[in-house]
Design a protein around this ligand. Sequence first.
Ligand code: TMP
Length: 236
Amino acid sequence: MKYHIDFDIEFKRNPHKGLYIALEGIDGSGKTTQIDKLFEYFKKQGREVVKTREPRKDDGLIGELIQKILNGKTKVPSIAIQYLFSADRGMHHSELIEPALKAGKIVISDRCFWSAVPYGILDLDQEFDPNSARYIMVAQSILSMYHQFITPDNTIYLDIPVERAIERLSKMTHEKEIYEEKQKIKKAKEGYEWLLKQFPEEFKIIDATKSVEEVATEILSVINQSSSRFIKKLDN
Ligand code: TMP
């Protein structure tokens, strides 16, 4: 017997003076490089800016556990993985993001709750299909993505073909993580594409195949355009 579960959820918007920016994209899309550049840009402007990431990896009990799972050193049932990310996120928001936004700072985050959908579907065995994406989205929504965690004021999606992302990852020296495999990256990209169609208003898509400088300029122009009221708010 099948049951149908459906509901409406309001997104939780940022009620604070600070500005919340998140970068999203598949592994190897260049988020970390661009976050560093954005951080330096705001610092040079003399703004109070906080750089952070989800998951927090080496930070705190859950972050450390997630890092071990990502490195394949600890195994947990795949159904449990995204719940750990959500638990880490809950602590991250109350310990770092919300206080920083309340204090009027700019928060730049490498990933946010949106990653839970494209990566959550990787924990299911089958090929990408919209039903499994919807299933993960509903599961994660019940767990509070939209209504308990503040949605970033700006979510930038760095768009890059899978092959290019893999090429970049192969040049990196970090320890390989469980999601960094071609088939998984391909499926995560399909998940993102599905997500971008579901929530077109929530993402700004940027072509991440361009040079680092070009991508950085485009990110800044998107942020300056859509966040001018926040930048004004920060200046008051
Ligand atoms: P990275 O950001 O350094 O690439 O590593 C984080 C990994 O964790 C990445 O493969 C995406 C994954 N992830 C999830 O599976 N769920 C989440 O909610 C988040 C934030 C990340």
